[in-house]
Design a protein around this ligand. Sequence first.
Ligand code: NAD
Length: 256
Amino acid sequence: MTDDQLSEDVARGIERAAELIAGARRLVVTTGAGMSQESGIPTFRDAPSALWENFDPMELATRDGFKNNPALVWRWYSERRRMIAGATPHPGHHAIADMEEMFDEFLLVTQNIDNLHREAGSQRLVELHGNIFRFKCFDRDHPVDHLPEGDEEPPRCACGSMIRPDVVWFGEVPNLDGINTALGAIAMCEVVLVVGTSGLVYPAAGFPETAKAAGATVVEVNPEQTPITAFADVSIAARAGVALPPLVAALRRHSA
Ligand code: NAD
């Protein structure tokens, strides 16, 4: 879709957002599963039919589930990793990467584990829920840089423990360094741009409201209404890949 085809409301929202963002020096962008929907990765809400079919999330995405059936969980993540490896960033991911150099202070806080922001070139980012292409030791939590050769599912760490994907499972706390970095940026930012998140999964769900309470402007990009829509200063009801490239183009016009 081009600028010409944007609905009037969306075009107006983008222009208003650009006015607000262009005047800021400190921007935080937060993204959720909707950010990767146009790259072909189902959101959590879509996932039950496509990904979690016949499986209970408590069996697949918890420490106890892994302990009870490590091979099942390992294979499920291997399958998901193969699916995600075939996906590529869309123009919205590239637009966010382009924003990085436009601000004195910039941080991208993503809940996504799919690595697409890095592939698009984003560097100043916090992956709150980990990254499906990284691994760690199940017992001792240290990173595992290379998987050992062999067919064992899951493979074993040098210390003898099972190796698990480095993602945050239900009941686990996202990495504390990441949360602290995100909260520091949220407290200081002038604008927070919230893309493709239902605003229901904490701690990320609380970031826009925290930023707003600290005086920041909140801009949302999401085709559906969310709890964030009610207090956002601008809500652009469009998909990320549709709204973000013209938003960056408008930011460039404002700063020219
Ligand atoms: P969610 O599934 O709860 O909500 C997705 C949101 O994205 C919805 O509000 C939906 O309206 C919106 N959306 C759908 N398509 C969009 C598009 N093209 N552009 C913009 N918005 C769009 O996602 P969540 O809030 O991120 O929470 C779910 C949890 O599941 C998170 O922890 C996330 O890490 C995890 N998850 C990650 C991935 C991934 O890495 N790609 C995929 C599925 C789930």
